[in-house]
Design a protein. Sequence first.
Length: 220
Amino acid sequence: MKETLIIDYGSGNIRSVFNALNEVSHDKNIKIKVTSSANHLKHASHIILPGVGSFESCIRGLEKSGLKEQLIENVIEKRKPFLGICVGMQMLATKGYEKGEFPGLNWIRGEVKKIQTPNKNLKIPHMGWNSLKFLKRNKFINKLLEKIKFSNVDEICAYFVHSYNFNLKNEEEKILSTNHGEEITAMVSNKNIIGTQFHPEKSHYFGLAFLETFLEDWDF
């Protein structure tokens, strides 16, 4: 049986991610497990890093958890499929500028900075449903689109709650975007690493299909 681990480092939002993954994995011989133990990562086939709150609190929580080195070994060296959600995606960056300047994991180069919009009618934080723009069609996205069978991908929406935007060094790693006064990075990807600014666990049919695709054996 495959084992997908949700990393618990005190960031919150674990239960909704766990419930969504359970819903799409019940007939796939996949065990969903929440853990704060570095040793459990050795046995995982897939790894998920959620994140709620500030970049500063999440990156400090991850460092204090003692999980960082095992994450590097399993994700970077062993190349296990990895998904970072919301601040879990932002922590992939080189630096974050929320509540100061803090180093990220630097797995996908770029900086996380506050959303800038001249439109006073657009509130920050960016909260609610937004349509997604598909910028790249990698193998993961192609498999996802086969699953959901939308006739018009421009109609696909996802749920966002955030105030900061991941500005990438390499635009080729930006897979999905949306707009909220500026172009917002909605999904990043580099080989076995995926990150989403939107919350797939709150994005209804599309989000569940996204998580189901991640759990499968996809060729990165």
